[in-house]
Design a protein around this ligand. Sequence first.
Ligand SMILES: C[C@@H](O)[C@H](N)C(=O)O
Ligand SMILES: C[C@@H](O)[C@H](N)C(=O)O
Lengths: 157, 157
Amino acid sequence: ENALISGIAFNKDQTKFTLHGVEDTPGIAYKILGPVNDKDISVDVIVQNISVNGKTDFTFTVDSEDEEQVKSILKSKQSGLDYIDLLIDADIAKVSIVGAGMRSHAGIASKAFEALSNESINIQLISTSEIKITMVIEDKYLELAVKTLHKAFNLDK
Amino acid sequence: ENALISGIAFNKDQTKFTLHGVEDTPGIAYKILGPVNDKDISVDVIVQNISVNGKTDFTFTVDSEDEEQVKSILKSKQSGLDYIDLLIDADIAKVSIVGAGMRSHAGIASKAFEALSNESINIQLISTSEIKITMVIEDKYLELAVKTLHKAFNLDK
Ligand SMILES: C[C@@H](O)[C@H](N)C(=O)O
Ligand SMILES: C[C@@H](O)[C@H](N)C(=O)O
């Protein structure tokens, strides 16, 4: 499956927002992202996993320059949203394995996970699509992660 | 941004596996997906959000025909993985908004979230990339969701 990988993309200039403990009921995702969109703020990764005991976490990343504005939007909405905690983290980097038509992610993803694990790099967030496996890690490991993944997928020229 | 949307894709034949309460330490994602990949099982969506108190949930979907095999792989790995609970759900449908170059997901995502919320359809899982916003919902709402999203994005011919 290696032949499908066209490269490793990365971005250090994002901030991750996590609304911890939102209600898992219809309309909540819109209540979170609607106000951010109304201010024309560009959102990149959006990840939400299933809820346990009716609550879940909703995470999204924005360009770091928009951090202050997003923070004030979310803080002003807290009463309507009812989340337990707002976690903001600018010390992140996004690393993606980019390929074409990755029918099954398992092979490519497990190879990427293995490569990062061999370097003891912790994966904070994972999101996949047909063309990309996106992982958020601590920004201090970005260079090591990119080097490791280049090697794992034989992308070293 | 409507012009960018090319269609709504969906799939009812998947099963969602969630390992609830895995340790958020390097190597865990590989320990989960490595064994699944070793058996050549095709994995589609992979979602993991940030951890709280050192534990997080890891979710992935497979074709429903592979459900039993994945279940026995994960159950046999429980001692090495140390998860609190294995949640399996075949009553799901995956619905995706497919577009090209969606630089910012906020506009398209919040419109999709609003459309589903107006029909009281709960979004269980969210994962995004440049070309797709993927949502997992209960399979009984699939037809309504696809109709609603077609309308919201003016895709009705
Ligand atoms: C948490 C959020 O995604 C909620 N389930 C919704 O449908 O909006
Ligand atoms: C939970 C899992 O993703 C872990 N953080 C890892 O790096 O493998």
